[in-house]
Structures are given as structure tokens and as C-alpha cells.
Design a binder for this molecule. Structure first.
Ligand SMILES: [Zn+2]
Length: 178
């Protein structure tokens, strides 16, 4: 298996390989990595498909309960290769069927892209991804609010709630967003 350097996302060959905190890196990348390892470890280990599946939990469960012995739920989540296997073996003589029901109920069953089919309150199954977006947008206010925010910060500084240093730093962060 090719090792991927978490700093530059390039392959690491054994000739330039250096280990740090359990990660394999380029000799040239270690310095950068040691400065802020959290940033790179997180980036490298967050699965690209961490969002929930667009397949509905209840539907998957019902299909599995009633037709799971024929692998129908696996066809439903686009895992037709194991679905066929399940059909041929009659749900692994029932055992595989039971295991899949347990996996679905406990929210561990994955679709063909490795996304977990998790239970969500009615009507939100397909909106989970979009509800994440406003949260992120909320972190970075629109540019037009930034002067007002800087004013608020200046106010906080005047009242001695934040230090001049903190004020300068925050102000710079806000200005960078404009
Ligand atoms: Zn590198």
C-alpha cells in the first residue's frame, strides 16, 4: 500500500520516508508537520465520505426485515454484488440476514460508498448535508458585517475585556475575510 504524506498528499517512497507521530512523511515535510501536527493528522484521517448516506434508514430496515433473506436491502443500497451472494445463500442461511438487521438498527450499515445509513428524524434523511452548510456559513459572517464586528471588538478592548493584542489579532482575522 502506498504511503501518503499528510502534509503534501504525495506518495512517500522509502528513500525519503521519515516517521513522526505514527505518520509517514517526506523528509522535507516533517518540519511543517511538527509545527502543527493536529492540522495534518485530522486532515489525513477524516474520511472523505463522512456524511450520512442518502438512503433512508427506515426503508432500508423494512426491506431488510421483510426481504433481507433475499439480499433485497443490499440491492437497495447499491451493494448488488453482496446482494446476489446473499440471494444465492438465502441470507447466509438466515445468519447474515440477522447480522444485517442488527447492523442497520445500530446505525452501522453502510451503503456502497461506505456512508453509514443512520436513523434521522422523519423528513430530514436527505437534508442532513444541507443542514450542515448553514452552520459553517454562520462561522464566517458576511463581509458587510465585518466593520460592525470590528467596532464591537474595539468596544470590548476599550472596556478592558480583551487585550490590545487580542483585538489586533481578531481585527486582522476579520479584515482578511473582506
Ligand atoms: Zn510531503
Amino acid at each position: 500500500m502506498a504511503k501518503i504524506c499528510p502534509v503534501c498528499n504525495q506518495k512517500v517512497s522509502m528513500f525519503e520516508e521519515v516517521w513522526s507521530r505514527g505518520k509517514s512523511l517526506h523528509r522535507d515535510c516533517v518540519k511543517e508537520f511538527e509545527l502543527q501536527p493536529e492540522k495534518y493528522i485530522r486532515k489525513a484521517e477524516v474520511p472523505s465520505n463522512s456524511e450520512p448516506s442518502d438512503k433512508d434508514f427506515i426503508t432500508t430496515l423494512l426491506i431488510c426485515v421483510f426481504l433481507g433473506g433475499l439480499g433485497a436491502h443490499r440491492f437497495f443500497v447499491d451493494k448488488s454484488d453482496t446482494g446476489i451472494l446473499m440471494l444465492v445463500t438465502l441470507g447466509g442461511l438466515g445468519l447474515w440476514w440477522i447480522i444485517d438487521i442488527i447492523l442497520i438498527v445500530t446505525g452501522s450499515f453502510e451503503d456502497s460508498e461506505g456512508r453509514v445509513i443512520a436513523y434521522q428524524a422523519a423528513g430530514t434523511a436527505n437534508t442532513a448535508i444541507s443542514t450542515h452548510v448553514p452552520e459553517k456559513v454562520a462561522e464566517a459572517p458576511p463581509a458587510k458585517d465585518i466593520p460592525a464586528q470590528i467596532e464591537k471588538l474595539a468596544d470590548l478592548k476599550d472596556k478592558g475585556i480583551i487585550t490590545d493584542e487580542e483585538f489586533q489579532q481578531k481585527k486582522q482575522e476579520l479584515l482578511d475575510r473582506i
